[in-house]
Write a protein that binds this ligand. Structure first.
Ligand code: NAG
Ligand code: NAG
Ligand code: NAG
Length: 465
């Protein structure tokens, strides 16, 4: 592990005359919500004159100067793909959450996207090209094969994480994992765990870490030597050279954690400046004297797979709360017009960040994904969370513990629980509580927060020669 000062030294001695850096982005994971967290950083860097070469699945919709997209092909994008029927029945040995299978899903995505990216013509061109980069920014998530490409290009590496750091990230960054106070990503725990919770946390952390070491890492090494021949160091040695890790966590949401100084929390970074809402939404908000409740389970969940019994329960709850209008992201194959209650309005897409910050929005029914969660905390909106997979459990635990919302498990997702949960979080006391936390969440070390560029990235890149 190189420490930050050493990294800064390496980086600041670059020979660029105008101080602009050549920045390479390597993002082989096809998850849209991950890239939604990363993109604002790169746009801000381009705006400041740095030259971004971005290898990912997510080209900019409108190209900007100083930012060139190279688009990977060969993996389906992870949008509208999650089938909610998978979460209908949850196996709870001894009544405890058991989330080890999540590892296998991550391992599978990781290896597949790794194979595609490593063998893509884009990476072949990149390695053949004489262009050299001042810094390489990549994602630490379910697989590290892009770190091997970075190793071959011989530039300092900054890692980004769109969620809390994974069990296998602690050691490489030199950060301690302190079991009793640090819940692992897949569990709904907080820094206040019972003895049983701590044991389960211990079991999950070490099981998943061991699986990563005995399954993912050797498989990644095999893919790398298949592509580049033998001779590269093992991938778990290469990743230890990561200079800095910027993560989508913030202590005002998930509590303070003892990271080494090379791991920096930037949670909520993607929350950009407020934009005006489209007129049809403003009209709808005007027609909602008591306010609206916004429902979204993120970009990955396929809303068509919500089992019809649960959908009817949701609709029943919505019709019980007549005084509110409900807005929902629902990308349906068939129209719901005949079934849905009169006060439910569905849209293919909604401008979530701007909607959540509108004063008419009284509550957010969410899956606890980090983008929506941080946007809701930024805007001060109480949440009713139904976590489905991955870090959504961890986020929901934090939301409940900090008084930002209530949890309704998918197994309890019925009109009774939804209506009761909503009545609780719609209480004024509750909104006041969240808004107090909003202030803490918005308080950042520099006034840059409304400008989406991270102060840390800025400091690194403007470090004097
Ligand atoms: C691109 O970078 C140049 C400096 O290299 C800078 O002057 C310019 O403002 C940047 N363009 C945009 C659109 O951000
Ligand atoms: C910026 O990066 C692009 C894509 O890698 C490259 O084609 C271009 O020459 C670079 N521009 C400068 C000024 O370095
Ligand atoms: C890590 O970085 C150091 C310093 O740049 C280099 O000497 C070493 O070979 C690198 N190790 C790996 C495994 O990449």
């Amino acid at each position: 592990m190189l420490l930050l000062p050493l990294f800064l030294l390496t980086f600041s001695s670059r020979p660029e005359p105008n101080g602009a850096a050549q920045i390479l982005g390597l993002f082989q994971h096809p998850g849209k919500s991950h890239f939604d967290f990363f993109r604002p950083m790169f746009l801000a860097l381009a705006e400041r004159g740095h030259n971004i070469s971005m290898y990912s699945y997510f080209p900019l919709e409108r190209p900007v100067a100083n930012y060139t997209d190279f688009v990977f092909q060969g993996m389906p994008l992870l949008t509208d793909i999650v089938d909610l029927k998978n979460f209908e029945s949850e196996w709870k040995p001894l009544g405890l959450p058991f989330k080890v299978p999540t590892f296998f899903m991550l391992n599978d995505w990781g290896l597949r996207s790794c194979r595609v990216a490593l063998n893509s013509p884009l990476i072949a061109h990149l390695l053949e090209s004489p262009v050299r980069y001042d810094v390489i920014i990549l994602e630490h998530f379910s697989n590290d094969c892009m770190a091997a490409v970075a190793h071959l290009l011989k530039a300092p590496v900054i890692a980004l994480s769109s969620c809390a750091i994974m069990p296998w990230h602690y050691k490489r960054m030199g950060s301690p994992f302190i079991n009793p106070i640090m819940p692992m990503n897949f569990l709904p725990y907080t820094d206040e765990m019972s003895l049983i919770d701590r044991l389960n946390n211990f079991f999950h952390f070490h099981t998943v870490n061991t699986l990563y070491n005995v399954i993912t890492q050797p498989a990644t090494d095999a893919l790398i030597s298949e592509r580049f021949g033998p001779g590269l160091p093992p991938i778990n040695e290469i990743v230890k050279n990561t200079s800095l890790m910027l993560i989508n966590q913030y202590y005002a949401l998930t509590g303070p954690r003892p990271y080494a100084p090379n791991v920096i929390e930037l949670g909520g970074l993607q929350v950009g400046p407020l934009k005006p809402l489209p007129q049809h939404l403003l009209d709808l908000l005007d027609r909602s004297p008591n306010g609206i409740i916004y429902i979204s389970w993120g970009s990955m969940v396929n809303t068509n797979t919500l089992p019809s019994a649960k959908r009817n329960e949701l609709f029943q709850s919505i019709s019980q709360l007549k005084e509110y209008n409900f807005l929902m992201r629902w990308k349906g194959e068939k129209s719901l017009d005949n079934e849905k209650p009169f006060n439910l309005y569905t849209f293919d897409w909604l401008p979530q960040r701007d909607l959540l910050c509108h004063t008419k929005v009284k509550a957010f029914i969410t899956h606890g994904g980090l983008l929506g969660t941080t946007e809701a905390v930024h805007c001060g909106v109480p949440m009713l969370v139904t976590p489905f997979y991955g870090d959504q459990f961890l986020n929901s635990g934090a939301i409940k513990q900090r008084g930002f919302g209530e949890i309704v498990d998918f197994s309890n997702f019925d009109a009774d629980h939804i209506t009761r949960g909503l009545r609780v979080i719609l209480d004024k006391k509750f909104a006041d509580n969240v808004r107090r936390s909003t202030e803490a969440f918005r308080q950042r070390p520099t006034p840059h927060f409304e400008d989406p560029l991270t102060c840390h990235m800025d400091n690194i890149l403007s470090f004097p020669n």
